[in-house]
Design a protein around this ligand. Structure first.
Ligand code: GLV
Length: 306
């Protein structure tokens, strides 16, 4: 069996070593134009040339949860594509989002600024009821985030394409319930997959529906947010700030208005890092199940986009 690795932006060593240890009888290599035919591939944003040169693939494993980079490609019909399911990312996402929600709710930026100026003062206690958190996207990571937020007693709303029942989370679904979800939300957390249906979903209209003094946390994809609408909503005062981990172009281009905005906090696409060891373990488990002819979870529906 030959397994190939086509992930340009990823340091390959841990992946190759993990694959070679777990699959001692397999040939494991890094793909380059002209490489021999492989049976299975691990990919991240592969070029079309890779797809064209590997018509014999039995399955392709995306080494991330989001598969938006695969959607523009012309893939052989019927090629099974699997995404990572959690693989150690959901807990990271929960900790990243919860620290941000708590930081916003408790006004910690303000306290830190006060203390930096030698000011010892208390601000009014925030009311949890005034801080409903709305989680968009209730896949593996969104669900973990929503459930973790309920531990801190925040009112939590969840929105997804199809209904998802999560204990302690008020569920909304489909386009028809989007506005009601937004209107009941103060902190908006985006974990949606990027598809033609969700692109630009955080625009002037949806930001305007949020409760006043809203806060936006984007850990989905940059393409979900209309950048200039977010800046305008913050400058206009309806939205009080944002924490952004993902951007339309990454790295965020020099001179982009997000860089210098005093109410926007940025991190470099780091909310949930892909963990090579956990991911290899998951992928090898799926690969072995496929070889045994079993059904495997996490298959991407490319028409749906996730
Ligand atoms: C990262 O952004 C991922 O899709 O896993």
């Amino acid at each position: 069996m030959r397994v190939t690795f086509c992930c340009d932006d990823t340091r390959p060593d841990a992946w190759l070593q993990g694959l070679r240890t777990a699959l001692p009888d397999a040939e494991v290599d890094i793909w380059a134009p002209g490489s021999p035919q492989a049976d299975y591939a691990l990919v991240w944003a592969p070029p079309q040339r890779f797809i064209d040169e590997q018509p014999g693939l039995k399955a392709m494993f995306n080494i991330g949860a989001g598969v938006d980079a695969l959607l523009p490609l012309c893939l052989p019909p019927g090629l099974p594509v699997y995404r990572l399911e959690d693989a150690g990312m959901a807990v990271q996402m929960a900790e990243y989002v919860c620290q941000a929600v708590i930081r916003f709710f408790r006004g910690l930026d303000g306290y830190e600024a006060d203390m930096a100026q030698g000011l010892w003062q208390h601000r009014p206690n925030p009311r949890r009821a005034d801080c409903p958190v709305g989680v968009m996207g209730l896949g593996r990571m969104g669900e973990r985030v929503a459930r973790t937020l309920t531990v801190f007693d925040f009112p939590v709303n969840g929105w997804s394409r199809t209904p998802h029942a999560i204990d302690g989370v008020r569920g909304f679904s489909g386009t028809r319930e989007l506005d009601a979800f937004l209107a009941g939300t103060r902190v908006l957390v985006n974990l949606l997959p990027l598809t033609p249906d969700t692109e630009n979903i955080i625009d002037a209209r949806s930001l305007g529906l949020l409760r006043s003094g809203a806060y936006v946390i984007n850990v989905g994809r940059g393409g979900h947010v209309v950048d200039e609408d977010l800046v305008a909503a913050i400058d206009g005062g309806h939205v009080s700030g944002a924490l952004l981990d993902v951007f339309r172009t990454e790295p965020l281009p020099e001179g982009h208005p997000f860089w210098a905005h005093p109410r926007i906090t940025l991190t470099p696409h780091t909310s949930a890092r892909t963990l090579a060891r956990d991911s290899v373990e998951q992928i090898v488990g799926k690969l072995a199940a496929l070889v045994r002819g079993e059904t495997v979870t996490g298959r991407v529906d490319l028409r749906r986009g996730y």
